[in-house]
Design a protein around this ligand. Structure first.
Ligand SMILES: [Zn+2]
Length: 92
């Protein structure tokens, strides 16, 4: 008698709940400038100062959550503001 008892049918099925059920919980980051439609201006020092460290470095977009488009505009604005001496190049 050839009776193929299929034994491990249950094991081969769906049993991947454990590993992948937990999604990584990221905070949903959104760009402040996109959300509130703030225009970045090089004269707006109070705004730009949020995006530089106390040593004068520009924070990366990974840190602040600003999108690529606005990060570029922001960087240009900060550099322009440095050039006209509103924002320091370096804080000692
Ligand atoms: Zn943006």
């Amino acid at each position: 008698m050839l009776i193929n008892k299929k034994k491990n049918t249950k094991k081969g099925g769906k049993k991947t709940y454990g590993k992948f059920s937990k999604k990584k919980q990221f905070k949903k980051r959104f760009c402040r400038f996109c959300a509130d439609k703030i225009e970045i201006d090089y004269k707006n020092v109070g705004l730009l100062k949020n995006y530089i460290s106390d040593r004068g470095k520009i924070f990366s977009s990974r840190f602040t959550g600003v999108c690529v488009k606005h990060q570029r505009i922001l960087t240009r604005a900060i550099k322009r503001a440095r050039n006209i001496a509103i924002i320091p190049f370096v804080n000692l």
